[in-house]
Design a protein around this ligand. Sequence first.
Ligand SMILES: Nc1ncnc2c1ncn2[C@@H]1O[C@H](COP(=O)(O)OP(=O)(O)OP(=O)(O)O)[C@@H](O)[C@H]1O
Ligand SMILES: [Mg+2]
Length: 257
Amino acid sequence: MDQPGHSRQSPTPLPIIAVASGKGGVGKSSVAIAIGRELTRNGRRAGLVDADIAGPDVPRMLGLRRDVPARTVTLAGWARGGRGSSGLEAMDVGGLKVASAGFLMAGDQGLALGSDLGDLMLGRLIKETNWGDIEALIVDLPPGISFTQQGVLSGAGRVATILVVTPAEVSHLDTARALSTLREVRTPVLGGVENMAYFECPCCGEKSELHTPAPEERTIWAGGVERLARLPFRPHAAIDPADLAPVLKAVAAHIAA
Ligand SMILES: Nc1ncnc2c1ncn2[C@@H]1O[C@H](COP(=O)(O)OP(=O)(O)OP(=O)(O)O)[C@@H](O)[C@H]1O
Ligand SMILES: [Mg+2]
């Protein structure tokens, strides 16, 4: 069977870990980047796809910048060349291979695609990027989950999901909707990350909750998602990889499965 863009000729499908949420701004990109970096630091050959077509934040968060707009971005034209001839090289960021719709646009250029076209582009990014010899792919998803998007992902490899929420009720409610879509399409959920949950005072160490927490019965935890990490709000060092240890363990188990 054809393997997505990566060059290894392995009979096993590429493990894909999609970082998702029903809500925007909860830390999906931060968590996806932290997972990618930690995998790389631990000697795994990992790729990271920025699938947020409307707001591709990964390049900026990694300090990458493109100033020249792509002259023509037509999905059909891109597809015509076939795999490997798209000219889309993953960028190597400290060993982590990165592909982003942001590489096709200048810093302030917009790419207004409907969600289905966005999903199509996600498929192209995964399949036509020259990834080299990667063992796993992390996908930083935009807010919300659609059937077509999940179809694209499961067509590209063996997908599992990490969900990101804040403790707020709306975050849980919207992510519970995403969870029901994932369950309908039988995409496994490895667990959840509760991000920006509290602030620890640097002077006295006192912890303050940052949100009115959702009633327990309305959380995704009550819905059967394992809470793998509860992360503080850290103004300067957003995500401390040490806090993600249980997440990395679940990711490693998915890669090994
Ligand atoms: N634990 C944290 N502590 C402090 N700041 C954080 C933390 N997690 C994320 N942030 C910051 O919050 C903002 C939103 O995070 P991020 O972009 O990762 O969220 P997102 O869910 O990917 O957003 P979007 O839905 O827009 O793609 C960023 O500025 C990020 O640096
Ligand atoms: Mg994001």
